[in-house]
Design a binder for this molecule. Structure first.
Ligand code: GLA
Length: 717
């Protein structure tokens, strides 16, 4: 038994710090690396050496409960981060510290690499930590390589292995299904392992996303408490393991799901795990979210600090039933409404098997000659001459069993040779582990873009999961799930390299693919096919823990019972779009929408680039309320919604604002006032100090007569 958390003379400390947070790795004289601190950073880094094993960590039989990357098969007793079988069949691994290095990696970013090696085998793991100073985010991943004589098998290869001591741990995780994404559950973790995972293959989510919050010592609060927000940047099978160990410390092990994925790694080939991203906030969930939002806008999402296009989509207006004439009329409607772009959804392709329903044609990405006799080029021009841009829907990873692609290339399809095909939305998945298929998918997009260089937008959909996982060409069947996602990333990386500014929406049968792996390549995501205004208040609220408003595609559609004002107000909390028949709007509805788009154009920088504050939760109050404040703190936009319909439900008391400057004076004006109605707010010319608004608050007067209220808070200069 050893007490390896006790600092001893000769111990080395690897200190990974952001503006507020530190992750400290101690290397003892046996070269064993363990985590001795994860939390608020110390003012004097030399004092990390003083940290001694505390009561919680106690005596550990192995000295590696708090391993920085727990290897399996030697003396480990807990959940490992990595488990391998060597080329000689030996199932053990030990990882000793070799050296570390720190280097600048861009504006305000510091990269630390910690090199580890098995003393018995030519097997190395390098842990990478990118510390984003201003945003307080740490991005961690591992690279694994060996020079053994033959391939080795990796049973498990996590991205990170964190260690935290606290009295209690509260995990907030999310779950759901199609059109019902992101329902939160908060549970207190008890001893043992809680696992969140996905086995869907093509996407991380349908049932549960790879994102979570951990609150230490108390349930998570918006403003108070120590909270970790974590998310795995991986669009496929993942596993997040939360283990409260025998000493009551929390071990967090996020990574690729080991399920059916024992990975064969050839000598000299380097395997890179996906990134695990996390932020540690001592200002509750709100602080954690704002850090992730800032990080994502600046460092991850393409044009995260740039522009986005408002759009009109035809999916719910026409479904598969359209032709050039109908579409041309819709372009004009889009222009009349005031959007930037028209998005042609599903149904425009396939000739031998025309895409008139969702049973055929995926894979045959040629314009359907009957519906679109003059091709996409004609539509691009028609839209442009109506004054708006044109974009299209694609689902290039998929194939319909009834398609020319399937007839020609059955070996490009993921399916088992000796089992009956089983479909998800009547379709199958192409084998993106095959380089020929990668080329095909790239060529589909590149071909369309080359023919139509001014095409302004791609909605990239992915409506099926992987059943009957088997590749006709991959020599390692158990590499399939991992190689699939890597194959997908290779393709979109090539597309991004050639079309760096093309706006691309990440859609996956609703919110199946909302992760920072894919959001490296996509400018925005589709949170859910459920666009009911009331439902979206909840769905968007939950995504906002991890993802910034600028990336959230929120469309006004005919789903739900809320009036158009409510649906528009909700859609404004992100990137607004429409999926309605404009010609069916009443005169006041059209007038309202046109005005709303003009207002949106003015206030969108505050929503997209501002700090978001969740003020009043739809789960605990009659009124959901949240606001966005710009950096200069001279402008804010504040949204409030009635989410309960009991008698007298509404904002009975003032709601306290957040994020303003206490010393500034502000006025409050109501936006999106529906034609023919009067604002109860705009009659006042009062000014309020930020201090007053944040201490006493202001009542937005939400009631059954005013179910949604948007207020603009402006500094009086
Ligand atoms: C998915 C998407 C929808 C729409 C349809 C088209 O369900 O989530 O928005 O594009 O596919 O088939």
């Amino acid at each position: 038994m050893s007490l390896l958390t006790q600092a001893a003379p000769g111990d080395t400390h690897v200190v990974i710090e952001t503006g507020q947070t530190a992750l400290v790795i101690r290397i003892d004289k046996e070269q064993i690396p363990t985590i001795v601190h994860l939390g608020t950073k110390l003012r004097n880094a030399a004092e990390y050496g003083t940290i001694s094993g505390n009561g919680k960590r106690g005596e550990d039989y192995t000295g590696i409960y708090n391993s920085v990357y727990t290897p399996a098969g030697s003396r480990n007793l807990l959940e490992p981060a990595i488990q391998v079988t060597h080329a000689d069949g030996n199932p053990s691994l030990d990882l000793h510290y070799v050296r570390h290095e720190t280097q600048p990696a861009g504006d305000g970013v510091v990269l630390t690499k910690v090199y580890l090696k098995d003393p018995q085998y030519p097997f190395e793991v390098t842990l990478h930590y990118k510390a984003y100073q201003q945003e307080d985010v740490i991005e961690q991943w591992a690279t694994i390589r060996h020079t053994e004589k033959k391939p080795i098998t990796m049973q498990k290869y996590a991205s990170a292995n964190l260690y935290l001591p606290a009295q209690t741990y509260y995990l907030t995780h999310f779950h759901g299904d199609w059109a019902n994404e992101m329902n939160p559950s908060e549970v207190q973790l008890t001893e043992g392992i809680k696992v969140l995972d996905s086995k869907l293959g093509t996407r991380a989510d349908l049932f549960q996303p790879p994102s979570f919050l951990i609150s230490l010592n108390q349930p998570a609060d918006e403003d108070r408490g120590d909270v970790i927000a974590g998310t795995l940047a991986w669009s496929g099978n993942y596993q997040l393991a939360f283990e409260v160990d025998p000493l009551h410390n929390l071990r967090i092990i996020p990574g690729i799901n080991p399920y059916a994925s024992a990975y064969s790694l050839a000598p000299n080939q380097e395997f890179t795990t996906p990134s695990f991203l996390f932020t540690y906030s001592s200002h509750g969930k709100g602080g954690a979210s704002r850090s992730l939002h800032r990080w994502a806008r600046k460092h991850r999402i393409p044009q995260g600090q740039g522009n986005r296009l408002t759009l009109l989509n035809n999916w719910e207006a026409t479904y598969f039933d359209f032709n050039e004439e109908k579409l041309s009329a819709l372009f004009k409607d889009g222009k009349k409404l005031g959007v930037d772009l028209f998005l042609l959804d599903d149904g425009w392709f396939g000739n031998k098997y025309p895409r008139n329903n969702d049973h055929t044609s995926l894979g045959d990405w040629q314009e359907n000659k009957k519906k679109l006799p003059h091709g996409l080029g004609y539509l691009v021009k028609e839209a442009e001459s109506s004054g708006i841009k044109f974009g299209i829907w694609l689902e290039p990873e998929m194939v319909s069993p009834k398609s020319e692609l399937y007839e020609k290339h059955a070996d490009w399809v993921i399916k088992l040779p000796n089992r009956q095909e089983y479909y998800f939305r009547n379709q199958l998945v192409l084998d993106l582990t095959n380089p020929k298929v990668q080329d095909f998918v790239y060529d589909v997009v590149n071909g369309i873009m080359t023919k139509n260089p001014t095409l302004g937008y791609i909605k990239w959909d992915c409506n099926a999961v992987i059943y009957n996982a088997y590749s006709a060409t991959n020599p390692n069947q158990s590499n399939l799930f991992v190689d699939y996602v890597q194959g997908l990333y290779k393709v979109v990386e090539r597309i991004r390299a050639k079309y760096p500014t093309l706006p691309m929406m990440l859609c996956s049968g609703g919110g199946g693919r909302v992760d920072y792996g894919a959001l490296r390549y996509f400018t925005e995501y589709w949170p859910s096919d459920n666009t009911d205004g009331l439902e979206r208040v909840f769905i968007q609220w939950n995504y906002s823990y991890f993802f910034p408003a600028i990336a959230s595609c929120n469309h006004v559609t005919d789903w739900g019972k809320q009036p158009i004002k409510f649906r528009t107000d909700v859609a404004m909390m992100g990137k607004i779009g429409y999926d309605i028949v404009v010609s069916k709007l009443t005169e006041p509805e059209l007038q309202f929408s046109q005005e709303a788009l003009k207002t949106y154009d003015r206030i969108k920088p505050i929503i997209w680039q501002g700090d978001q504050f969740r003020l009043s939760s739809p789960y605990t109050s009659d009124v959901a309320s949240l606001m966005y404040v710009n950096e200069a703190q001279d402008k804010a936009v504040w949204f409030s919604y009635l989410v309960k319909n009991r008698y007298k439900a509404g904002s009975v008391a003032p709601i306290k604002l957040k994020g303003l400057s206490p010393d500034k004076k502000y006025t409050i004006q109501e936006l999106n006032v529906y034609p023919g109605t009067k604002s109860e707010i705009n009659t006042s010319t009062a000014t309020y100090s930020g201090n007053y608004l944040m201490t006493i608050g202001f009542n937005p007067q939400v009631s059954s007569r005013r179910e949604s209220v948007v207020l603009e808070v402006s500094e009086v200069k």
